[in-house]
Design a protein around this ligand. Structure first.
Ligand code: ADP
Length: 485
């Protein structure tokens, strides 16, 4: 990998703790693997709870100066960081593809997407407005300040190794917080490269640490039990989110949680079918089905069910599976053997229940964790895919008759992150967008992610929002000042 990089120093094999690039005290490391080839890219330090504690203390110390700066001063550093990420987009993309597997074009897209949060929130740093409130008595003056909440602990998954961190580091640092992140152990290299570029951009020493560690739960405990940490921000499964919320309860810590989804993708009779197929391809097969907003259940109205299935299968057959570093590849490997097994389990369950494989359905001839993009029909609410997130390249097609029926089915889940539907009747569009119990609704589009909009879920998909002007609020505390004159 190093030989492919224009700037080989971006491949960091030390961790960034309290402003220094360090190894583990006991010299322990863990390996970072390339999921397309199975080979080891490099090793990184396997840090401990004590390292996280050091990083937290340093973040707190660095906040004194950082939080005291003007928004414009912090914005200038964030702007530089954004520019460095974009200037190194090719290298950052290569590192990301190597450790995570998504095709290079998608990886570079993620770098631009991640960088956009650094840019956006840097700009928002200048706009953290407080409030004045007319007093309740003649001699009282009321003002409300917005202040940085304090040191933030961040835990993120492997599916967006850059953007998931950028969405959290952006608002945290912009408003003046210190930030300690623990990237997924599958994908620490993208996080370290971001840390290095942050340092080059002029982030003060210690304000940002990147704790590489195979011991996720130890680091999670330090974040939840260390009294200096005032906020926990997490992206990952609902299961782990619940554990962290329980742990965080002991010190009544503010939490942002971006958890699992089970996105419905609904195609009505009056939809533009070609557009719906295109949207479904983006929503379902981007990142090989490994995003929390990927369509998980495709509900297709009876009148267009067969036509949609045929068109979708034809589009899916055009996907090219392979090593994301090679040209022309649209679909990389899955992240792990466990991920492949879950996909196999869901397909077997559909087949056992009487469903049919239209295309794909099995491991890919390339071996490893490559899997054929798959479409299955005849799927019903009793099957596992109806309630569990597949997180892989399987498009299950459910048939429905009426609008009321499909809204009820779409909402019949503990999750409420993203949802999508295709229709043209304006009355129907209005009813359905209001009826879906989801934090995000894509209408006639399969792509909803952008830094300018509030991303987040309802129900057990999470707490808080990332992106947009709402995104900074999770990192701020209100202080009400009552002045008697
Ligand atoms: P995913 O399936 O996307 O990896 P997880 O919720 O299992 O979702 O993991 C998300 C992140 O949380 C990963 O970085 C993982 O290492 C970390 N993690 C897993 N279990 C815990 C835990 N008990 N405490 C803190 N972090 C955890």
């Amino acid at each position: 990998l190093k030989t492919l990089l224009k700037d080989p120093s971006l491949l960091c094999t030390k961790a960034l703790v309290a402003g220094d690039w360090v190894d583990a005290e006991d010299g322990k490391t863990f390996a970072v693997k390339n999921p397309a080839r199975g080979d080891v890219i490099c090793t990184v330090p396997d840090l401990t709870r004590a390292d996280a504690a050091r990083a937290i203390a340093a973040a707190q110390a660095a906040m004194k100066d950082w939080a005291a700066r003007t928004g414009k001063e912090r914005a200038a550093v964030m702007r530089k960081w954004f520019e460095l990420m974009m200037a190194n987009q090719d290298d950052l993309g290569l590192i990301l593809t190597a450790e995570m597997g998504k095709p290079l074009a998608e990886a570079k897209g993620e770098i631009a997407y991640g960088a956009s949060f650094i840019e956006w929130f840097g700009e928002e740093a200048k706009r953290i407005y407080g409030e004045t409130i007319p007093g309740h008595m003649r001699d009282k003056r009321i003002t409300v300040l917005k202040q940085p909440i304090g040191v933030v602990g961040s835990i993120t998954p492997w599916n967006f190794p850059n953007a998931m961190i950028a969405r959290k580091a952006g608002p945290a640092l912009a408003v003046g917080c210190g930030f300690v992140c623990r990237p997924a152990s599958e994908t620490p290299l993208s996080a370290l490269a971001m840390g290095l570029l942050g340092e080059r951009a002029g982030l003060p020493k210690g304000i940002l640490s990147v704790i590489t560690s195979s011991r996720a739960s130890d680091i999670g405990k330090e974040f939840c039990e260390n009294h200096t940490v005032r906020k926990l921000t997490f992206t990952g499964s609902t299961e782990v989110g619940r554990i962290l919320l329980r742990q965080a309860a002991d010190q009544v810590m503010k939490c942002s949680m971006e958890l699992g989804g089970n996105a419905p993708f609904i195609v009505f009779d009056d939809a533009d079918l070609d557009a719906a197929v295109e949207g479904a391809m983006m929503s379902k097969f981007r990142n090989n089905g490994q995003t929390c907003v990927c369509a998980n259940r495709l509900y297709v109205q009876a009148g267009v069910y067969d036509a949609f299935a045929e068109k979708l299968a034809a589009a899916v057959a055009k996907l090219t599976v392979g090593d994301g570093l090679e040209a022309g590849i649209t679909t990389g490997p899955l992240i792990s053997e466990d991920a492949v097994e879950k996909v196999e389990e869901h397909i077997a369950d559909v087949v056992a229940g009487g469903g049919k494989i239209v295309t794909g359905g099995a491991r890919h001839a390339l071996g490893g964790t490559f899997f054929q993009p798959t479409v299955v029909t005849g799927v019903t609410q009793e099957m596992k895919v109806a309630t569990e997130e597949t997180f892989g390249p399987v498009a299950p097609l459910f048939k429905f008759e009426t609008e009321e029926e499909v809204i009820e089915k779409a909402n019949a889940t503990i999750f409420g992150l993203a949802s999508y539907f295709y229709a043209r009747d304006i009355g129907r569009i209005t009813r359905v967008q209001e009826g879906l119990e989801y934090g995000i609704v894509g209408v006639n589009t399969g792509i909803i992610s952008t830094e300018v909009a509030p991303f987040g879920g309802v129900k057990q998909s999470g707490l808080g929002r990332e992106g947009s002007h709402h995104g900074v609020e999770d990192y701020l505390e209100l202080k009400y000042i009552c002045l008697s004159i």
